[in-house]
Design a protein around this ligand. Sequence first.
Ligand code: V47
Length: 383
Amino acid sequence: MSVENIASRERAPFRSQDTRLEPIAAKVMAGERLDLADGLTLYGTSDVLAVGWLANHVRERMHGDITYFNVNRHINPTNVCVAACKLCAFGRKKGDPAGYTMALEEAWQTAASGYSEAVTEFHIVGGLHPDLPLEYFLDLVSGLKQRFPKVHVKAFTMVEVAYLARRAKLSIEQTLIKLREAGVDSMPGGGAEIFSARVRSIICDHKIDGEEWLDTARMAHKLGFRSNATMLYGHIENDEDRVDHLLKLRAVQDDTGGFQTFIPLAFHPENTPLDHLPVTTGLTDIRQIAVSRLMLDNFAHIKAYWQMMTPKIAQIALRFGADDLDGTVIEEKIYHDAGATTPQGMTRKELCRLITEAGRIPVERDTLYNPVTRTEDSFVVAV
Ligand code: V47
C-alpha cells in the first residue's frame, strides 16, 4: 500500500448511527486522549465497526501498514504452582502426577528443539513453584545465554518476579538486578489479569494484587527493562473493570514509558474451575483489540496474539487496531491446557501470509521491535 493510498484512507469520513461516538471520533482525529466515559461508550456501543474504524485510523497513523511478528520459542520450565488460580488450566499442585519441572539440561534442550529457523526470542514463564530457588531461574537463564548468546530472553511475569523475591527474602529491586545479571533482557506481560480487587479475589486470589503488579512493572522499568502488559477479559469482569485496567496501565506508562506492547487475552474456560463460563465471541475479541488501541494512546503496539485469538480472528484484528501478531511460538501450553485448538506453532511463511492477505506489510522484529534480516539459518538485527 503506497503512502498516497494511506493518505486517501485518512480522508474517508467517520460515520456511525450511534451519535455518542461522534465526540469520541472528534477526539481521536485530533489526537486527544480518551477518558473513562469514552471507554465505557466504546464497550457499550453496538457499532463495533465504527469503533474498529477509529482504532484502524490510529493504527495506520502510528504504523501505516506495517505489521510485526517475531520468531520466538516459548519455554515453560514448570507447571507446578502454589497459586491455584481459578482462571488457569495450566498450573498443578505440588505432588500432582500431571505436574512437571524441567531439569536445567532439559530446559536448555527444549530451547533448541522444534524449529529450524533461528529464534530471536525465548519467552519463558511458568508456575510459582514452592521449592525451586531463585538460583534455579538464574542458572536457567545464564545457561541459555551461554548456549544462545544472540537470543533475547524475555522471561518471568511480574507475578513470578514478586514470588521469587519473597521466597529469596530479597526486595523486588534486588531480585530484578540478579535476573538482569543472569541475562534476562525484558519481561512478558502476563499475570496482570484484571486489576479489579473484586474480580481478582475470585479468579486469582493468591496472586499479588493489581497494585503490586503495577509497582513491580514500575521497578522493572526504572531499572531499564522493557516489558509488556496484558489484560484477561471474557470471564466475570464488567466494562468498568476493563476500562479501569486500561487506565491504570496508561498511567504507569505515562510515568515510565517502559511498556512496549499491550496484549488483550481472552479467557479460555475449558479445564478451569470456571468452565461453566462461555468462551468469548469473535466480535468481543475484535472490539477488545480496538478499544485497547484507542484507550492506550501511549502504548506503541497492540498485539493480536494468534494462539489465543486463533489465526483467523487475529488476522481480522490487523484491521481493527492491532499491529503485531506475536510469533512462531513453537510449543504453547497455557492456552492448550485450557482448550485452545490453535496449532502449536506457525512458520514465518504462514505468519507472513496472514499479514499480506490482510493487506498489510509483514516486518520481522526482535523483541525490542528492531527489524530483523535473515541470512539462511541466522539473523541480523538492525539497530
Ligand atoms: O498470565 C492463563 C493468561 C497469561 C488462561 O508478553 C489465560 O509477549 C486465558 O501473558 N485463559 C500467559 N488466559 C500468556 C501471556 C503472554 C502470551 C503471549 C505473549 C506475551 C507477551 C504474554 O495467560 C497468563 C494469564 O493471564 N491465562 N490461563 C486461560 N485459561
